[in-house]
Design a protein around this ligand. Structure first.
Ligand code: UGA
Length: 430
């Protein structure tokens, strides 16, 4: 079993640390935020992620998972140090590497003997070398280290399952010995391992997210065409998905992708291409379609409800996707702000994201019951496809609403069934 330090307790760091501890390793997670560390020590999770609190508790109780603000407690004894701090987008779309830089510097100052440093954060091509240079500048004389890129592919809301059953492990670097050592950490799992150089590993991560985002924008463009011709995008996607060259996943039309990954990574990849005199036409279009998808939805609300001044708009779902309380780049933000600017009164409900949403949307009114949100409403906007909404008593919703108009931004409901209940129904591309 190995001793591991994980720097940064965001999604990637916390889930990775908890999983390696569950596999029997000794893991110390470092975060510079004292409050967050205290919270984690008390067993409280800094964000909502199904199954994570239980996984953390199991290893913490077994004494294999600790949290600290001190690099001294984590790095000197570690065989492996995972860097999992975030790389948020700067104004021009470029990934901001300042946290990676300061984490690398702090790691370097605490190295003892030989250590393998693993980049798990999504980092632009060339970052492996950047981390190696930062380490070189700050590491004490006599220590040795190798840098390996090991991008993470987990999804929020399904992170625990994804970390336990990854589709692949990607390892990039120049030191075959270090790559084999990191591969050893995954030995208990039956998973294909792609071994390559640093830049290729880094690009695999960006290209994967860009491909998935492209599929979402593609199907959203097809949905707009469906709207014009009266076709049903869900059936189009189903019919396409049986072709093994296409496959059925990530072809759900809706109000566009959000979250901390797709928008940031597609922008960063486009920026890297542009900086090197390429014209990333496809990536730019993916972002443009994603943006217009939100406005198209707002236009639909106006078409069905008319002048929004003084109208009561109920919103079900705020988070950028189901099973998370994450509001980063959530399409709900722009849609709700557009409702408010046009004079509507919005009342929103989300099973988990009310608090984070209030920080993201100024003056947002949230309620703690989905049926309270629809009382007297002129329209209901479904923005996140939580299971709770799928199972809701929609007959009751019709009764409570002033005008039963349902704008289904995620194609969650069956049109005929909703019309049968008395709704005026509008989906995306149906
Ligand atoms: C995404 C990738 O799926 C992960 O593999 C990757 O590790 C992660 O980014 C990351 O880079 O950290 P995540 O952002 O958690 O994961 O969520 P997804 O499930 O991929 O959904 C992203 C967005 O696309 C959501 O807003 C979702 O509602 C939307 N989406 C997804 C659609 O609109 N239609 C679809 O068919 C699928």
């Amino acid at each position: 079993m190995s001793t591991i330090a994980v720097i940064g307790t965001g999604y990637v760091g916390l889930v990775t640390g908890a999983w390696f501890a569950e596999l029997g390793n000794y893991v110390t997670c470092v975060d510079i935020l004292e409050e967050k560390v205290n919270q984690l020590r008390a067993g409280e999770m800094p964000f909502f992620e199904p199954g994570l609190a239980e996984m953390v508790a199991r290893s913490a109780e077994a004494g294999r998972l600790r949290f600290t603000t001190s690099y001294t407690e984590a790095v000197p004894d570690a065989d492996f140090v995972f860097i999992t701090v975030d790389t948020p987008p700067a104004m021009n779309g470029k990934a901001d590497m300042s946290r990676v830089e300061s984490a690398s510097r702090s790691v370097a100052q605490h190295l003892v003997g030989h250590t393998v440093i693993i980049n798990k954060s999504t980092m632009p091509m060339g970052s492996g070398d950047f981390v190696a240079h930062t380490l070189k500048a700050s590491a004490p004389k006599g220590v040795t280290y190798a840098v390996v890129s090991n991008p993470e592919f987990l999804r929020e809301g399904a992170a625990v399952r994804d970390v336990m059953e990854p589709d692949r492990v990607v390892l990039g670097g120049t030191d075959a010995h270090a790559i084999n050592a990191v591969a050893g950490l995954y030995a208990a799992m039956d998973v294909p391992i792609v071994r390559t150089d640093l830049q290729t590993a880094e690009l695999i991560k960006y290209a994967s997210n860009a491909m998935l985002a492209t599929r979402v924008s593609f199907i959203n463009e097809i949905a707009a065409i469906c709207d014009v011709f009266g076709a049903d995008v869900r059936v189009v996607a189903e019919g396409m998905g049986y072709d093994p060259r296409i496959g059925p996943l990530f072809l759900e039309a809706g109000i566009g992708f959000g979250g901390s990954c797709f928008p940031k990574d597609v922008k960063a990849l486009a920026h890297m291409a542009k900086e090197n005199n390429l014209h990333p036409q496809l990536l730019n279009s993916v972002l443009e379609i994603n943006q217009s998808q939100r406005y198209r939805f707002v236009a639909k609300v106006e078409k069905y409800v008319g002048d929004l001044r003084g109208k009561r708009i109920a919103v079900w779902g705020l988070a950028f996707k189901q099973d998370t309380d994450d509001m980063r780049e959530a399409p709900s933000i722009e849609i709700i702000e557009a409702m408010m600017t046009r004079g509507a009164q919005v009342r929103a409900y989300d099973p988990e994201a009310s608090d984070t949403a209030k920080r993201a949307i100024r003056d947002l009114v949230t309620v703690s019951d989905p049926y309270e949100a629809v009382q007297g409403a002129d329209a209901l906007l479904l923005l996140t496809p939580w299971n709770e909404f799928k199972q809701a008593d929609m007959a009751r919703v019709v009764e409570y609403m002033h005008t039963p108009i349902l704008l289904d931004g995620r194609n969650l409901y069956d049109r005929k069934q909703m019309q049968g209940l008395g709704f005026t129904y509008c989906g995306v591309g149906r």
